[in-house]
Design a protein around this ligand. Sequence first.
Ligand SMILES: *Cc1c(COP(=O)(O)O)cnc(C)c1O
Length: 399
Amino acid sequence: MPGRLAIFGHPPAFDTPLHVGRPNLPDKQAILDRISGALEAGWLTNGGPLVAEFERRVASEAGVKHCIATCNGTAALELAVRALGLVGEVIVPAYTFVATAHALAWHGLRPVFCDVDPATHTLDPERVAKMIGPRTAAILGVHLWGRCCYVAALAAIARGHGIPLLFDAAHAFGSTCHGNPIGGFGVCETFSFHATKFVHCGEGGAVTTNDDGLAERVRRLRDFGFSGGDRVTSLGINAKMSELSAAVGLTSLDNMATIVAVNRQNYDAYRRRLRPLAGLRLLSHEGPEKSNYQYVVVEVDAQTTGLSRDELIAVLVAENVLARRYFYPGCHRMEPYLSDAKTAATSLSVTERLADTVLALPTGLQLDERGVTRITEILSDAIANADAIRSRPGRRHAA
Ligand SMILES: *Cc1c(COP(=O)(O)O)cnc(C)c1O
């Protein structure tokens, strides 16, 4: 029996499953104390003190004048495009979570999918420049994996065409770009504080901006169009964050430095241990910018490893390491975009390669260096036994 892999019937390496994006919950008592305070006060939403404190602290962390907290990150994006009054087409990467595109389409905008740069997996500015047309209303960049996208180059293009540039910063809270915190770039940026994000509210999000007028419009749209008292001055929706979510979010912020430090240790351990494994390329968090290290992302070169990305995932899942593919098969290959003839005809070679080869590994507080070592041993065993894995009877994940 080759190796000691669970896929061959051995016991799994981990008793409890490790998840990509398992919620970091370092201090449950502090969450309960805050929630208890809100219950005592009988103040659960509508401009409560916990949301106000959460907004102040996010704004300060992001180095930005205004933070408007929302019920989730998708709503934050929706409020942003609505407040900007965008009409027509918006250039977005196809390699992102589908919410980036859906938030536009939900408001009648057409996402125009652009390919990404193979090194960073973020919007390729040269391709963006070529895609600008008469109907282009804005560029929406995505800071992926906790690293920033090409902000300066995108800003130059947007400025040249007189169109707004905004960012989906759902992955990038606490990270920097050009030495400054992400949150203050473009006309606005949006964050997600979903449970899978390293700092989270369970469900939550925010719009951040240095533009007073835009902040005021976002606040109004978030709250049914109310602009003080019972005066309704525009269309609006309910996208408010509740005090209960803010209680989780504030506790998460209290522990942010610890979470980043653990993510970083895990990343460093992965980097050391994956280096000898040919065919697995770890996405770099090195360089001058600050990263939150919240995603450990590997590109699998099946020619070299002898196993496809999906075969490696099957090996890991059997060991209770619930590694995942990400953004498969690319937004441009998902509905409703696939049914748009123009989108269906788009071929985005880098996005499609990444969708087929990217593997996200667990990190966060659930994991320590020993766990990382064990995971990389599994990968190494799998590669060493690639032939046996491919030819084992009853395999479910044919390449
Ligand atoms: C998580 C995420 C979102 C959506 O955030 P929600 O809070 O889940 O609505 C949007 N864009 C990206 C890139 C994300 O990862």
